[in-house]
Design a protein around this ligand. Structure first.
Ligand SMILES: [Zn+2]
Ligand SMILES: [Zn+2]
Length: 497
């Protein structure tokens, strides 16, 4: 198929361009040997063709994933070309001078996933048809971009409708134009060099942004990809200057956890853009870290190509977990006697295993009150079947080693034991496959099958109350003849392992 060959070319072009934009180890390797990488990727695609190979159990085939990527690329290119052409015609015919023909408001904001998300991401990530050279761009947009305070004010006094006018495929209003210009002013990013807005008398981006918000631009307005001004200030191209505006936006009520149309929070966008300055800025302001986007990506997966940022996120998560443990302790929910709050010499209740006592006296005193609760909790332990198969090579290539488990020994446990188990989401689309479960000693380890009811319950609990949406701790009982049972209903405070 000729179109397939053409698509492969387009895909390769995209891969190489993406690599050029990466400062990660992977990006450097790809840049230092583009031909080698090209052959490797092409070989991989060829190999996958028709094999039905999947990236993870139950997921779409790899070749389908590639096809989606290629076709999303083509669709987005076409959208940009059409927008450029339409804009040019409108500029020629003077249609853009008529406020009745302008676009207003945030427009289409439905959530997007997978291929649809890729299309939006391609258009947005490469700037769509946004350029100061685009003849369809208004003088208003240009002056906002340049930070020309007096001119911006004069435009708006003359035509108040400009405040919410949206331009280009990216659907940018005045505030977004300001930020697009602002981020070039003090940028150290080489990709911004050719777009740099020179500092000049009368130019003041920060003043322009504040002015537009005071005039009524909503702090959490959205562009075509669902990004808020805050996303833009703290994203891939965020700078010291845009972070000043970010703090102002927070003061005005901006949502630090706002989701774009693919469910990405500002922190996810900063991580996937490898912008450490912005990541640090966000982490200091206590963003939500137990989040996944609409494709199931967690924060760690957002930083997939940037090991330093991944390490930073894990370090941040363990600091947070420590805090959670001490909070749970203070409220008697973690290793303190349920009666007298002592914290040494503790034993778990041998019925439910989730309540502690310092000795038989306290336990006896509490039994009347605890009995019903204990029975109910005991009934929450349900059997799980563990399988032992590895992940595919493709998966390991990108996976965080955090969820790769090697059993300590082949020894099987016997008798009756109870212990904490860690449940890790091994793949982004956890609803479809990839949960790993093991205890600290790794005498119990394996993968869970998605068809079990408890599987989805565990996934939901980890995503909602686990550590960064990828791992969570639960209590489990092993009994000969009965196998392993887990209480998925009560996620435990995070452990340090
Ligand atoms: Zn006690
Ligand atoms: Zn109990």
């Amino acid at each position: 198929m000729a179109s397939n060959a053409k698509n492969s070319e387009a895909f390769m072009k995209h891969v190489m361009e993406a690599a050029a934009g990466m400062s990660s180890e992977l990006g450097q390797r790809m840049q230092s040997d583009p031909e080698g990488w090209r052959n490797q990727v092409l070989g991989m695609m060829e190999h996958m063709k028709g094999t039905g190979a999947v990236a993870y159990p139950g997921g779409p085939t790899l070749s389908q994933g590639f096809e989606d990527m290629i076709s999303a690329q083509a669709i987005s290119d076409e959208m940009v070309q059409k927008a450029l052409k339409d804009g040019f015609m409108q500029a020629l015919t003077g249609a853009l001078r008529n406020p009745d023909r302008w676009s207003y408001g945030d427009g289409e904001q439905t959530p997007v996933r997978r291929k649809e998300a890729m299309v939006v991401q391609h258009v947005w990530g490469r700037g769509g048809d946004y350029s100061l050279d685009n003849p369809a761009l208004s003088d208003w947009a240009r002056d906002c971009h340049l930070g020309e305070f007096a001119k911006v004010k004069a435009h708006l006094d003359n035509e108040p409708k400009l405040l919410d006018r949206r331009e280009t495929l990216l659907r940018l209003n005045g505030l977004f134009h300001v930020i697009y210009g602002m981020r070039t002013v003090d940028s150290k990013d080489s990709r911004m060099a050719s777009m740099k807005v020179e500092k000049k008398e009368g130019r003041d981006h920060l003043a322009c942004a504040k002015f537009l918000i005071e005039r009524g631009t909503p702090v959490d307005c959205r562009d075509m990809a669902g990004h808020t001004p805050f996303h833009h200030c703290t994203g891939m191209f965020g700078t010291k200057l845009t972070l000043k505006l970010a703090d102002y936006l927070l003061d005005k009520g901006a949502d630090i956890n706002a989701r774009n149309r693919n469910g990405d929070t500002p922190l996810m966008v900063a991580l996937s853009g490898n912008n450490e300055l912005c990541v640090d800025f966000l982490l200091e302001r206590d963003p939500e870290t137990n989040v996944t986007n609409y494709d199931g990506n967690s924060l760690v997966q957002s930083a997939l190509n940037f090991p330093d940022l991944q390490r930073k996120m894990w370090a941040y998560a363990s600091k947070k977990s420590e805090l959670e443990r001490s909070k749970a302790k203070a409220t008697g929910k973690y290793r303190t006697c349920a009666v007298c709050s002592k914290s040494n010499g503790l034993k778990r209740c041998t019925g439910c295993f989730l309540v502690w006592y310092c000795g038989s006296k306290c336990q006896k005193d509490d039994w009347k009150g605890h009995k019903a609760n204990c029975k109910a909790t005991q009934a929450e332990y349900v059997p799980v079947v563990l399988r032992q198969h590895g992940h595919s090579q493709i998966y390991n290539w990108t996976a965080n080693s955090e969820v790769t488990v090697t059993p300590k020994s082949e020894q099987k446990i016997s008798g009756k034991h109870h212990f904490i188990v860690k449940v890790g989401i091994a793949h982004v689309n956890a609803d479809e496959g990839g949960l790993t479960l093991y205890n600290k000693e790794k005498t119990v380890y394996g993968q869970l099958a998605p068809k079990d009811d408890v599987y989805l319950e565990l996934v939901r609990a980890v995503k909602k109350d686990g550590v960064m949406g990828v791992k969570g701790f639960f209590y489990a009982i092993w009994e000969d003849g009965k196998g392993l049972r887990v209480n998925a209903k009560r996620i435990q405070p995070p452990e340090s392992w």
